[in-house]
Ligand binder design. Sequence first.
Ligand code: HEM
Length: 494
Amino acid sequence: MFTEIIFGLVSLALSVVIYLKWKFSYWQRRKVPYLDPAIPWGTDENPFDPKRTFHDTIKDNYDELKRKGHKFGGLYLGTRPALLLVDLDVTKKIINKDFQFFSGHGLYVSKNRPALFHNLFSMDGQEWKNSRTQLTPTFTSGKMKTMFPTILNCVSPMVNHINGLDREGKVLNIKEIVACYSTDVIGSCGFGVECNSFEKPDAEFRKYGKLMLGGAPPNLTLKMLFHKCLMEFGLKKHNSIEAMMNFFDGTFKSIFKYRQENEVKRNDFVELLMEMQRKDPSVTVDQMAAHSFMIFLAGFETSATTLTFCLFELAFNRDIQQKAREDIKNVMNKHNGQLTYDGIMEMKYLQMVIDETLRKHPPGTVLNRLCNTDYKIEDTDIVIEKDTLVLVSVLGIHRDPELYPNPEKFDPERFNEENKAGRHQYAYVPFSEGPRLCIGMRFAVMQIKIALSYLLTNFEFTPDPSMPYKMTYTNSVTLGFKDNVLLNVKRLSE
Ligand code: HEM
């Protein structure tokens, strides 16, 4: 009996090893260049003891494939094969020209999940196309312009708050301050709610924003997103996510009802979504609530971290900070001392500063696509099989020394017209490219420029001596610094 148990266990262990070896030979069998996997995590880090963040791992994978001269290469996220693209022409083809074969993000959403999960980001195929077509007119520059005054109303509380801290001689935790601003903006523009995050830091919008900023590690998240059973299991364990969904669903629906009954109009996304429904009555309130939740999900953290990274870099690069301040002042002088929508569009140097921030610290470090039909890569014999995950390392591209010499240096001049013209279009993809390009790009840039215009004309920022220039990133879904960003602030005279 004992011998039989031992024999059974050994056979089981052997079968597992043989199975894993077979699984991990996928790319070799397909004659695709690959990075060596380790059993059982593949090319991924051990999720229980990660030595690097997910962002850095994929960037290092990009660097290694490029060093070896490959245009793409096979990885294993756990046991799941994924193809990482390196060559920018191949990337362009997959993200844009041959988009019809790679239209989905490859996210799994169970039909039993709340309607809020079924949003633009998770949709694929015709469903995505219909929603994207419906939503696109909501994000035009004309529509963004109508929201400009709504965002302006969110800036004064931030400036007043910093003024108060300056008087008390306190060091600013800029991450927290811009997160409050970003919450106020997304609450006001996405849901028509005045959040007053500086006065009420424990209000629900801020609470869920914090949940997002400290989000689940990407290893877990990616596995939850791409593996059906883990998605089902993972979400059951995340009651706070369900609670967040219920909160946003309820908030949107009560505002929608109030506005309909009282014929209230306001310059925000709720009004734009209602306008969309008036044009196309087949749009349901559930769909509108899902779109509005997606605006929070996709827009809150990305904008807050970009502002944090930007102020961090400007504090360490005072000459660039001063040049950006002058650009803002010059444009405002041309517009009678006022900050206007047309004015912020004219701030060319500020735009270069934001571009360089998003190059060095892109909030979305990896783009993901699911191949929906067997696809032959041009000029090769290699076929990407249906259901294969395809990845683009935005961080890898943006820190590639061949594309950006001395990539750790913060240098907005990389984005002057001449330098931009000399680079491949896909060498800069913080908002992605092609049909799935970030729909909120204009809104994000407007919100960031408004905040920087007020902050830089009112204050001068310097790094607190306790804070190093080389910061580590956190292992959350979007890129963010692990530690607080501590800045000293000096009020500038009028
Ligand atoms: C600095 C801020 C932001 C950055 C860096 C950013 C970046 C991105 C990236 C990389 C994607 C993925 C595109 C792809 O898969 O090809 C994306 C998608 C998306 N973003 Fe943004 N984003 C930002 C702000 C916003 C804001 C403010 C909103 C909403 C108001 C927004 C809404 C969306 C939506 C809805 C999608 C999904 C689009 C689709 O699948 O069709 N984003 N964003």
